[in-house]
Design a protein around this ligand. Structure first.
Ligand code: SF4
Ligand code: SF4
Length: 470
């Protein structure tokens, strides 16, 4: 039987287990991991919060909080953490740990008793990405302040930590991460593209292990805090990579694998309008952020930074309508055309719309990576400065306080952005046609139905190319 190969090169079923190396498995099974990276990040975020609070309403380009969060962290998320390591940020995230420690009554060991707090179930109707979609979109309304006013970053992070803690006291396990965290939704969506995954190894071993300790927990590890069934889940979206299942599985049947990028895009599991809208929103935000932060139009910057109330309200309205209505609306028209072109009467328009929305994941991620080049190359040198003088108190901890602002490789920025957009466009096409074959029963229908979606993806990429490199 011929294998399905991505670009004719990589077998889509190819996996390479990294946890087969003993030191990696030992690390994943240790209770010190990921506790130590969490504690380290907690320390960094305390400094970030302090710097944000002390920096107040001052300009932000020499503020530790702003530089670490909006340059280093954001760029690491988009360049490495999400596309390569899936939800590795969630593995070491300090935001929800106070709630989690309060539930467990333990910092290090496993408390086998009932979890503390009210432990309520999250309402069924809200078990989706809608709250995260709205929360993230609303957060971007204040993007003009986060990057220039340290206090705004302090308020945002403080709010996230506070909400995560209160929700940890009320709702079971990681309900906050699964259904509310604004950073969670896009990580979940784009982690489907990631080149790594956590999965069970041998289904037969799982079948015979009646106790299902990865789900229920044992003395070595907690039952999946993300409420997944580790023995059967099939895509990265809702696995927070907490590694508890590596500790609680007595047969070492969980694996951390390398895999071809984008493998989850073909997994028809829990696909829905909430995830579709997440991809529209992410595309819209990438566009608006570019226009307002890296584009040549000063008037847009003024609107986003609320120089006038009228301008600010115009920005919010335009941004919301673009993300929630215009992009989905245009995509709906192309989906409708896909149905017409295919000639198929049985496949519902909704299914077609949802399935094809997953083609937007590679180009969306590409647009964000390209945007991130535009942040880090001109501004990255600020980080050296603020590492030495985090609170602007005149310290020079590492001797880098006087490093001047030095843009690097900015002459190549356009090339890097263009190449990135094109590479991710190719991934969208590669998966798009496969999604078409998955959606329509006949090959000819799939080919005809693919034409409008191919057109949409091409036009969208051309639009981004025009925006980024003119
Ligand atoms: S979902 Fe949010 S709060 Fe939870 S671990 Fe991930 S980034 Fe942190
Ligand atoms: S499946 Fe659950 S327990 Fe295992 S790493 Fe993912 S979130 Fe953690």
């Amino acid at each position: 039987m011929s294998k399905d190969k991505l670009f004719g090169l990589v077998d889509l079923d190819w996996r390479f287990e990294l946890t087969k190396f003993r030191p990696v498995r030992a690390l994943f099974k240790s209770r010190w991991f990921p506790l130590l990276p969490i504690l380290f990040n907690l320390f960094i975020f305390v400094i970030i919060l302090l710097a944000g609070f002390l920096g107040g309403y001052s300009a932000g380009n020499y503020n530790f909080g702003i530089m670490i969060v909006w340059i280093l962290w954001w760029v690491m998320l988009m360049f490495v953490l999400v596309p390569v390591l899936s939800r590795a940020w969630c593995l070491m995230c300090p935001f929800p740990i106070f709630g989690e420690w309060a539930q467990r009554g333990a910092l290090f060991g496993v408390n086998m008793g009932k979890l503390g707090g009210l432990n309520l179930k999250w309402p069924k109707a809200l078990k989706n990405m809608w709250i995260m979609n709205v929360f993230f979109l609303v957060t971007t309304f204040f993007s003009g302040f986060f990057t220039v006013r340290p206090l705004a970053t302090f308020i945002l992070l403080g709010l996230i930590i506070l909400i995560a803690f209160i929700m940890g006291l009320i709702f079971e396990k990681r309900s906050f991460c699964l259904y509310v965290c604004p950073v969670s939704g896009f990580q979940g969506l784009y982690s489907q593209f990631a080149t790594t995954e956590i999965r069970s190894k041998d289904p037969q071993v799982c079948k015979e292990h009646k106790l299902k300790t990865c789900y229920l927990g044992n003395e070595k590890g907690y039952g999946c805090p993300w409420l997944l069934a580790p023995f059967s889940f099939r895509k990265n979206t809702y696995c927070g990579m907490c590694l508890e299942c590596f500790k609680s599985c007595p047969y070492d049947n969980m694996a951390f694998n390398l895999r071809p990028p984008g493998a989850d895009l073909l997994v028809d599991d829990k696909r829905g309008l909430d995830e579709a809208w997440k991809s529209f929103i992410m595309l819209g935000i990438a566009m608006v952020f570019f226009l307002s932060m890296q584009g040549p139009w000063g008037v847009l910057k003024d609107m986003v930074r609320a120089s006038t109330l009228r301008g600010y309200l115009t920005f919010i309205t335009f941004h919301t309508v673009l993300c929630l209505l215009v992009i989905p609306g245009i995509f709906f028209v192309f989906s409708y055309l896909s149905k017409v072109f295919s000639g198929n009467k049985e496949v519902s328009l909704k299914k077609l719309f949802i399935n094809f929305s997953y083609t937007l994941i590679p180009i969306g991620l590409g647009a964000w990576i390209a945007f991130s080049f535009g942040i880090v190359l001109p501004n990255g040198s600020y980080i050296l400065h603020i590492l030495s003088d985090p609170f602007s108190w005149g310290w020079n901890l590492f001797g880098t306080k006087n490093v001047p602002w030095t843009p690097v490789f900015t002459h190549s920025l356009g090339y890097l952005q263009g190449i990135t957009l094109l590479v991710f466009y190719l991934f969208s096409l590669a998966y798009g046609f496969r999604l078409s074959k998955q959606t329509f029963p006949g090959l000819q229908e799939a080919k005809r139905g693919w034409i409008p979606i191919f057109t949409f993806l091409t036009l969208t990429t051309l639009l981004f190319l025009w925006l980024y490199i003119g």
